[in-house]
Ligand binder design. Structure first.
Ligand code: ADP
Ligand code: MG
Length: 701
């Protein structure tokens, strides 16, 4: 440890950047001054000593104390990583956090992003052999483990935001429990160190899980935050949040505002309304700037949240103010300095999974008390602050859960099970999950993978399953892609899969809904939302690149989304080449052979199928849920059978992204699934009976 300290001091007092061999820039020096003030600095040598003498260390500290940006740097500075040999990884549950923190740390270290410091998120790798510090999503590290089971490239793995208990972090922890004994001191790849970082108080749980690893607390300072509740429940929390923000701007002293909302649409709407409200206050009031923050925002705009608030309009006048309207990402992942007021409507988008109907959806749901406390804490980082909870005090105590359930208890597990199988972990029942998922959920996952042909009846990975695991997609989509050459349309399916892997490409602004619908009409194939998506994507590919921006604008297409779809497609094609999946097109002179495309879709999605009822609604097959076609669907009329991509549980149960299919395809492609002996009595069954008879006739029986 002593040696660590001296190298560290030597490096810090040198004016030459050891990573670049150049002198540090002025910017480096000025950022260094702010960094040195972070609480985590007083804790540096203690931390390094503990890491030196333990394989696992748990670190707990107030959000904003410098854990994420500084601790990984401490580790590389004292020599845990060296270019081309070994690397320090820091995992993040969210893509935005991984990219934004990597950019910040590259700046702090005065190196180029993608060189010494890099990041990897799904479909985007900005790192190289030279990278010694890599930020990556927890899901990506899990994928890397598939091809590098001992994570041999890494000397230290920092599991950040462990308190979030995302599915991938939980699985990683279980995996690390298996890897750690294989990478003790003296092992072939050297000792692996793990630093688990958490923002909240139940860090003991991690300590226990990792066999009593030492728990270190970053001494943090926070200021008191006064909490206000509403007297009555708010009917419209977006409106209430906007109103509160304007009110603060009018009546409260200087300090920036952080508003928590749940998604892009809400956030953009609130930003607009806050801006309008500030304009109404007249030219003499202090300036108010508003920034949105959500995952699909381009990086350059994400970074704007760190711009300091504007100064006074006139010398000696009141300073301006900054409002950041953000998703949950600002709860613990990113810290914005200067926040004094927090507005918390009490909701976030959360994953929910119903194993009975095998559907996972994102639902706006009440947050937990632990989350509410984290949110209010964001107001007291630099001085005393205020938090406005847009719900009643009674609701806080009676309606909110104490903590959020770990995601593993709310997720469908088919992807994880496939990954674990690929990692060689066969005994899922004895895998060391911190919170084991419900047996029913695991059973469902095994069943789905068996139906898809990824696992055989013994539960072993098949060749198809091995290929599926190579694709960074949901198992159904992987299977669709792998089987698409059988239907002569892998070129089309890869476009569809790419277009489905990015945020919605069709825009429909409220004020120009009609024009947007007309634009979309050019691409419509009335039998399929998937093919409609394909038509739009293919039209985009045919536009010369310098005209694409305009084309997107004219056609109400989200140009960021569609251009990332293009890059996703490129990467998927790369993997397809590696896996020997041939690229074939069903596009002829008169357009696509849409039957082939619909068959390819059906071949993988037959478990998400609904049948038209006499009543005019749809009933999902086997699990018998009443559902309706989502209003955004382009499907014409009411076809007998439809397959669907997702459930949108709102006031009504909608199915979204829908394609018409045929009973005859279902019984031909998946007789093991549409097995009449195990079928509930329903109209769908009557139809299937007929289909089987027709099939038997065709086969000449
Ligand atoms: P923790 O992980 O303990 O919550 P962080 O390391 O994320 O803390 O943050 C430490 C400090 O770095 C905070 O004051 C934060 O505002 C600052 N910071 C992080 N990213 C940026 C950025 N892109 N621009 C300016 N400041 C940043
Ligand atoms: Mg952090």
């Amino acid at each position: 440890a002593k040696q660590h300290k001296s190298t560290l001091e030597a490096r810090q007092s040198s004016s030459i950047n050891p990573w670049t061999g150049r002198s540090y820039s002025a910017r480096y020096q000025s950022i260094l001054q702010t960094r040195l003030k972070l609480p985590v600095y007083q804790f540096q040598s203690k931390l390094l000593e503990h890491v030196a003498s333990n394989q696992v260390v748990v670190v707990e500290g107030e959000t904003g104390s410098g854990k994420t940006t500084q601790i990984p740097q401490f580790l590389v500075e004292v020599g845990y990583a060296s270019p081309g040999k070994s690397c320090v990884a820091c995992t993040q549950p969210r893509r935005v956090a991984a990219t934004s923190i990597a950019a910040r740390v590259a700046e702090e270290m005065d190196v180029t992003l993608g060189g010494t410091v890099g990041y990897t998120i799904r479909f985007e790798d900005v790192s190289s052999d030279e990278t010694v510090l890599k930020f990556l999503t927890d899901g990506m590290l899990l994928r890397e483990a598939m091809n590098d089971p001992l994570l041999s490239r890494y000397s230290v793995i920092v599991l950040d935001e462990a308190h979030e208990r995302t599915l991938a972090t939980d699985v990683l922890m279980g995996l690390l429990m298996e890897i750690l004994p294989k990478r003790e001191k003296g092992s072939k790849y050297g000792e692996l160190k793990v630093v688990v970082m958490s923002a909240t108080l139940d860090a003991e749980k991690f300590q226990e899980y990792f066999n009593g690893a030492p728990l270190l607390k970053v001494p943090g300072r926070t200021f008191p935050v006064e909490v206000f509740y509403t007297a009555e429940p708010e009917r419209n929390y977006v409106e209430a949040a906007v109103r509160t923000a304007i009110q603060i701007h009018k009546c409260e002293g200087p300090g920036d505002i952080l508003v928590f909302l749940t998604g892009e649409q809400e956030i953009e709407q609130a930003c607009e309304e806050i801006r309008l409200g500030a304009q109404d206050m007249g030219k003499d009031s202090p300036e108010l700037v508003v920034y949105p923050l959500y995952s699909s925002l381009p990086p350059a705009q994400q970074r704007k949240i760190f711009t300091p608030a504007p100064g006074p309009k006139v010398v000696g006048g009141p300073p301006g103010r900054k409002v950041v309207v953000s998703t949950n990402i600002a709860e613990t992942s990113l810290t914005i300095d200067g926040i004094v007021y927090v507005i918390d409507p009490g909701f976030s988008k959360q994953k929910v999974y119903n194993p009975r109907i095998r559907v996972e959806s994102l639902l706006v749901s009440p947050i937990s008390r632990a989350s509410a406390r984290q949110r209010s804490g964001r107001a007291g980082r630099t001085r005393p602050g205020k938090c406005f909870r847009l719900y009643t005090e009674q609701s806080f105590y009676n309606d909110l859960q104490e903590t959020t359930y770990p995601e593993i208890l709310r997720s469908k597990m088919s992807n994880v099970v496939l990954t674990l199988k690929k990692l060689g972990i066969d005994d899922l029942v004895h895998f060391d999950f911190m919170d084991p998922p419900a047996p029913e959920t695991l059973m469902r996952a095994l069943e789905v993978l068996n139906y898809l042909g990824a696992l055989d009846d013994e539960g072993d990975l098949t060749d198809l399953g091995r290929q599926m695991a190579e694709l960074p997609l949901d198992p159904q989509l992987s299977k669709m892609l792998i089987c698409s050459p059988d239907y002569n349309c892998s070129e089309e399916i890869v476009s569809i899969v790419a277009a489905m892997s990015v945020p919605q490409i069709f825009l429909r602004p409220r004020e120009s809904a009609k024009a947007a619908d007309e634009a979309k009409a050019q691409f419509v194939d009335a039998t399929s939302d998937h093919i409609t998506l394909l038509n739009a994507y293919a039209a985009y590919e045919d536009v010369p690149s310098e005209e694409r921006k305009q084309w997107c604008w004219d056609n109400f297409i989200n140009d960021r989304s569609i251009s990332s779809a293009e890059s996703v497609k490129k990467q998927l094609k790369g993997i397809m080449t590696r896996l020997d999946i041939p690229l074939m097109t069903c596009r002829g002179k008169s357009g696509y052979d849409t039957n082939s495309i619909r068959m390819a879709l059906t071949s993988a999605m037959y478990m998400q199928v609904a049948h038209l009822q006499r009543t005019g609604s749809y009933l999902t097959v086997k699990d018998n849920q009443i559902v309706y076609l989502h209003p955004s669907s382009v499907i014409d009329g009411k076809p007998q059978w439809v397959i669907f991509e997702e459930f949108a549980l709102t006031s009504k149960n909608y199915i979204r992204t829908v394609t018409t299919t045929r009973g005859e395809w279902l019984v031909e492609m998946a007789p093991h699934y549409f097995d009449l002996d195990n079928f509930p009595e329903c109209e769908a069954k009557d139809d299937l009976v007929l289909e089987y008879k027709k099939l038997a006739r065709r086969m000449g029986k």
